[in-house]
Design a protein around this ligand. Structure first.
Ligand code: FES
Ligand SMILES: [Fe+2]
Length: 347
């Protein structure tokens, strides 16, 4: 199940250039490239002539030339050349998708093009804001996209999956947790007060004593999770908004379904201390990467089980409240898209 009328991250900016780049998104094959002046373009990755993936073709000026019989398509998808033939049939047109470039990512709109509004692209400014140091990367994951959303909304798993990196028992046992629900948003706030910092925080933040640690998880559909995380020495007033000393970071996740069982995972890590120091940015990124791969091992293993037993019954616990709220939003939006498609088909 996919939500279509949303922006998704299709690629990192440096993945797309003057060589056609094929990528499956929401089960649809897409080809991306840049025009000569650098604008990103996305087509369905299928030639309207005999269905060869257009990503096998090459760019000739601002046109994409199919590898099979040489039809050329302009950036608006129209066929502008058929070798040996003057007449160009109207149907000779590649399907195009709205695209935008922002926060070092190429975004694609997978639904009704008339509804595509770049103002609806979620805010990931931390990735290119001079006030922050940041680094992002891409990973292909063999798991359904909603398993990743669940993972990020229930951070009690840090105590078990990440006990050597960003987790410790305090996260699960001594947290004050609040779940706030809005029609298209869930925010889970977790405070762990006056507890030992986890291993990664000791390495990155240099803490020697106990800390007050926060994790504020912001979910926006379909699958954007922006985490405000950090810690200060305990008692300095962080829960009241006084973040003095310590470290403050953003863990940024843009999750794009490839198929029902595979996902494109774009993630970034930003920090507001020692901002101009690339060594700090890299150190934090590598530390979080270790934790990230611990998560990937978990949700790919879940997917292997679900491939054998699709849709088994499951048990809910209190810690899953945020994840359950997010699934409700996704289900409601999917239902609305299904109804709108049926109405359109009936008209
Ligand atoms: S399949 Fe593309 S030109 Fe024939
Ligand atoms: Fe995790």
């Amino acid at each position: 199940m996919f939500l279509r009328n949303f922006w998704y991250v299709a690629a990192a900016e440096d993945e797309i250039g003057r060589t056609p780049f094929g990528r499956m998104i929401l089960g649809e094959p897409i080809v991306l490239f840049r025009t000569e002046n650098g604008h990103p373009v996305a087509f369905e990755d299928r030639c309207p002539h005999r269905h060869l993936p257009l990503s096998m073709g090459k760019l000739v000026g601002d046109t994409l030339q199919c590898h099979y019989h040489g039809l050329r398509f302009a950036a608006d998808g129209r066929c502008v050349r058929i070798p040996g033939q003057d007449h160009i049939p109207k149907a000779a047109k590649a399907k195009t998708y709205p695209v935008a470039e922002r926060y070092h990512w190429i975004w694609i709109w997978m639904g009704d093009p008339a509804l595509a509004d770049p103002a609806a692209i979620p805010d990931f400014h931390w990735l290119d804001d001079p006030e922050w140091g940041a680094k992002s990367s891409y990973l292909h994951v063999d798991a359904n996209w909603q398993l990743i959303v669940d993972n990020l909304l229930d951070l009690t798993h840090l105590a078990f999956v990440h006990e050597t990196t960003i987790g410790n028992a305090a996260i699960a046992e001594h947290a004050q947790v609040k779940v706030e629900r809005a029609p298209n948003n869930v925010v889970v706030t977790r405070w762990v007060i006056d507890q030992d910092p986890p291993p990664t925080y000791k390495k990155v933040g240099g803490f020697t004593g106990n800390v007050d640690r926060w994790q504020i998880i912001d979910f926006a559909p379909p699958a954007f999770l922006r985490l405000d995380v950090g810690a200060t020495p305990t008692g300095t007033g962080a829960p009241q908004g006084k973040r003095i000393g310590g470290i403050s970071m953003r863990n940024l996740n843009a999750i794009t379904p490839e198929t029902e069982t595979t996902t494109h995972y774009f993630r970034g890590q930003a920090h507001s201390f020692d901002v101009k120091n690339a060594a700090t940015t890299n150190k934090i990124f590598e530390q979080v990467r270790t934790a990230f791969l611990e998560d990937v091992a978990v949700f790919t293993a879940q997917q292997r089980v679900l491939n054998l037993i699709p849709d088994p019954p499951q048990v809910d616990i209190a810690a899953a409240a945020g994840a359950i709220a997010a699934r409700r939003i996704i289900d409601r939006l999917a239902e609305a898209e299904r109804n709108a498609t049926q109405v359109a088909a009936a008209e």
